[in-house]
Design a protein. Sequence first.
Length: 423
Amino acid sequence: MINTADSTSGSKSYLGSLTILTSLFFIWGFITCLNDILIPHLKSVFTLNYTEAMLIQFCFFAAYFVVSIPSGYWVEKIGYKSGIIAGLSIAGFGCLLFYPAASAHSYPLFLAAFFVLASGITVLQVAANPYVTILGNPETASSRLTMTQAFNSLGTTIAPYFGALFILGTAVKAADEVKLLNADELSAYQAAQAAAVQTPYLLLAAILFFIAVVFALIKLPKVEASKARDLGGEDDDALDSAWDYKHLVLGAIGIFVYVGGEVSIGSFLINFLGEPAIAGLAKQEAGKYVSLYWGGAMVGRFIGSAVMQKIQPGKMLAFNAVMAAALVLMAMLGSGHIAMWAILAVGLFNSIMFPTIFSLAVSGLGKHTGQGSGILCSAIVGGAILPVVQGAFADWAGIQQAFFIPVLCYAYIAYYGWQGHRL
């Protein structure tokens, strides 16, 4: 049952709230995808290997593991609206930290800024994702969350092109070239590299703080989660924790491997497309192609939102996972444009995975929905761990061979969609 403070409780009363919430999905998608541009940029600036460069994703997504579960309890106490405002404010502060990090030319300070920024986005996700699933008919929760996530993908589609123009547009010198610069030239070069990062993130900070003010001023409907799922005669009050629901635990593993696989692919795309055997693209040109990867996810989510009105979400999840695995295998075993377009096409099939896994996993949690959301968001730590693992394999065996990591991830997701969410 859904309760609302509004005088009208039909779907029409939720349209305005859902529209406003989509702005959150857009902005955190935009910010998260900028990491794919900063990785090759900072890799060149600080002369890092693949493993060291993937510490960016490690620090960013580690925040989900550290912050998510406490945020779940916190959001249950303060409410979804207050959680959203807090998340926006923390993320805005994290963006501001990029200014001193770039000025000091400090990679550790950059990593700290990524962690703070991601902490704010974590609080946002813990509050906004379950809010969307319960703000309407439970039967269409997957479709509704997929639609809002489509605007997340709009952000991830625009971000790489934006970042390629403003961040990768500033040429990075090789280490040997930097050594040949005199003091004045070195100072000017470092200032240019810093400005390439500082300006975009100052703008993002201003946007985040503005949206926080907007959410503080608007009125959102107050809702409660639907009735808990029946677990063989046990009632909701007999269950102490969201951990008692097996489909949630398996869903958390699904989120872990999905985010890990998706982020691993996105993180390596620019370098992969720059390989002579693949496309041999320059970094700035390859950065623009990353938009196609995330753009596929956007298109797929709009299509998936409509299709899942007719097809069971679990079956569609399994189909998409099998197709994604097949495309990654083509990229691993192929070369040239076949491998290039195969890996870019994976985005189309990634599209419905996160919202579908999330909505299936929180289904029937009742009063434990907030805690369940925290558990699922903590599983986003897969984006911290699996790219580093893939980076280590790339340093050892080569970037193309290292893509077997996402293949394993999609195999598990296919299982969850076919059977795991029913347990």
